[in-house]
Ligand binder design. Sequence first.
Ligand SMILES: Cc1cc2nc3c(=O)[nH]c(=O)nc-3n(C[C@H](O)[C@H](O)[C@H](O)COP(=O)(O)OP(=O)(O)OC[C@H]3O[C@@H](n4cnc5c(N)ncnc54)[C@H](O)[C@@H]3O)c2cc1C
Length: 386
Amino acid sequence: MPNQLSQEELAAFRASVNRLAKEKLAPMAEEIDEKGEFPWQVLELFRDNDLLGLQFPEQYGGSAAPILATVIAVEEVARYCGNSASVLNVNSLAAVPILLGGSPEQKEKFLPPLARGDLLGAFALTEPNTGSDAAGITTKAEADGDHYVVNGRKCFISNGDLASVFSLFVKTDLQAPGVKGISALLVTRDKDDSPGFSIGRLEKKIGGGPIHAAELIFEDFRVPRSAVLGEPGRGFYLAMQSLDKGRLNIAATAIGKAQGALDLAVDYARRRVVFGKPVAKFQGIQWMLAEMATKLEAARRLTYHAAELLDQGSPEASQAGAMAKLLATDTAMEVVNKALQIHGGYGYMKDYAIQRYWREARLGPIIEGTNEIQKNIIARNLIGRI
Ligand SMILES: Cc1cc2nc3c(=O)[nH]c(=O)nc-3n(C[C@H](O)[C@H](O)[C@H](O)COP(=O)(O)OP(=O)(O)OC[C@H]3O[C@@H](n4cnc5c(N)ncnc54)[C@H](O)[C@@H]3O)c2cc1C
């Protein structure tokens, strides 16, 4: 896929992903959610349709697609199955530090199998005592000859229990202040043979159950020093750059979920008869739907704009990405909430798909930098250093 796509090409790409999601993912979305297990069949489907390495260069098995195309793919998938969108997002976020900081050897070794879905990846930054304050991580990697010895814990790591390749953020220079001593390591795990790297607690979540949030435990885990991604001591910046890209996928997921919820609400309002007429005939319901659609469209356009800025390498991209993540995830919360309200009592019942959208949308304002942190980023860019 060329790096620049015309409007017609983007529309054709959207239509093909929409068809795939509607025909293949929508019918299994409920079962995937109920089961709570990683949907390997979805990974296979994405592999067969070249959706796993969209942003990877072609030499590493990818499509070299613009970020806007990834955003559109994630949006269309999330419209029908939020868990499937997470399959795309988690592998993509794990790969971004390799794309941005990996050596040619690291890219050659890990990107093609990630694009084929032969490997699952995970992005491991958060720790039990440090989420928003990522500079405060304490997992340490101490040099010992040509190895690092890693000790510490990560928590809430999506796909952490199943992944075999990790972008892992650690302190390699314990004396360096703040973010300066943080490095990114490209770490592999073989579940039967990785002494010192084990999986702890799997969280019980209120949504997105099939994508497990795992605790990673490192006890004298040995990693070759050649595993550093980019330069030692620059890992924090690599994490932040990666999240600039990842956030757009979170915004796209939110837009897709909101669109899916709006579709359900319109359909239900047309069919549900109360006081002798479909509730869609009541102006109160019509105005609700109109507001939902309007706010959703504004969030969608801002997200596309942020993706285009990132594609152009614009210095404004980070600011626009933070704004898009903030607006899209907050809007999705409002839209799914109103969509559930339009379903009345049935909306609260597990038999109706809207409850799944409602539970899943709650994650958007929390992950990849909470929305309070997005506001801090936006305000910092406005005000500068004082
Ligand atoms: C389902 C799920 C999957 C996840 N997957 C991953 C993953 O794959 N990899 C990974 O590394 N992490 C992952 N996370 C972690 C996620 O990124 C963090 O939960 C998130 O960054 C918030 O950190 P925290 O939970 O420690 O909240 P805290 O940092 O403890 O924040 C608590 C509250 O204080 C607010 N707050 C904090 N600082 C400020 C401030 N300066 N100004 C204003 N308000 C502030 C926050 O917005 C929040 O409301 C996942 C989390 C969840 C729930």
